[in-house]
Design a binder for this molecule. Structure first.
Ligand code: FES
Length: 211
């Protein structure tokens, strides 16, 4: 059974944070800071209400109606941050331009199998809505949003926008596809998901069942 998500409340400060939890906190902080600074659109962060349900890996329902164009909502699923991004027409247009620079533009590698409905250029069911796990496929750092195009620290003048992993410099396009000759071997994971309505999706299951 799915769990609806609610507003995120951060846990009290503690000296002991489990590694999985640390990854989640890094993801929230990194993505949030960059989204606020670089795109000036709100980062909407939610998480499922039940710790028990999360640890059991229950699918997570997400209301996508409040994600603005160019905005990101981060939810927790199975201890991992999952980004739900509403891409703009400009973001989608960039996907074709940089395809020759990618390691696996058609999502053919099998280390992180992509659901059939995401084996397309935009790696999603509806072109504008991307659902992807915000964990770098190299060593598990959390990439940050770099939605602005052009020259900036770590990126050159041809940068078309996407995600940048600050740990070792891997870069991903607006569909989470990794650029070639980077440390990360694979595209960002696309989890199973499906639409419950025009404004609600569920992550962790699709018509074929739960992941
Ligand atoms: S962990 Fe992302 S590039 Fe190494």
């Amino acid at each position: 059974m799915s769990q609806s998500n609610q507003e995120l409340s951060f846990p009290p400060s503690t000296d002991k944070i489990e590694p999985e939890r640390r990854t989640w906190l890094i993801a929230c902080g990194g993505a949030g800071a960059v989204a606020a600074a670089a795109t000036a659109v709100p980062l909407l962060t939610s998480m499922a209400p039940s710790e028990k349900a999360r640890s059991a890996g229950a699918p997570v329902e997400v209301d996508i109606s409040d994600i603005p164009p160019g905005g990101v909502k981060t939810v927790e699923w199975r201890g991992k941050p999952v980004w739900v991004v509403r891409r703009t027409p400009e973001m989608l247009a960039s996907l074709e331009k940089i395809e020759g620079q990618l390691a696996d533009p058609k999502s053919e590698r099998t280390a992180l199998p992509v659901p059939e409905y995401a084996k397309n250029r935009h790696r999603s069911i509806k072109p504008e809505i991307l659902v992807t796990v915000g964990i770098c496929t190299h060593l598990g750092c959390s990439p940050v949003n770099k939605f602005e195009t052009g020259n900036q620290p770590g990126l050159d003048a041809n940068w078309q926008g996407g995600y940048f992993c600050p740990c070792h410099g891997s870069t991903f396009d607006h569909a989470g596809r990794v650029y070639a000759n980077k440390p990360a071997p694979d595209n960002l994971e696309v989890p199973r998901h499906m639409y419950l309505s025009d404004t609600k999706i569920v992550i962790g299951k699709d018509e074929k069942g739960e992941t």
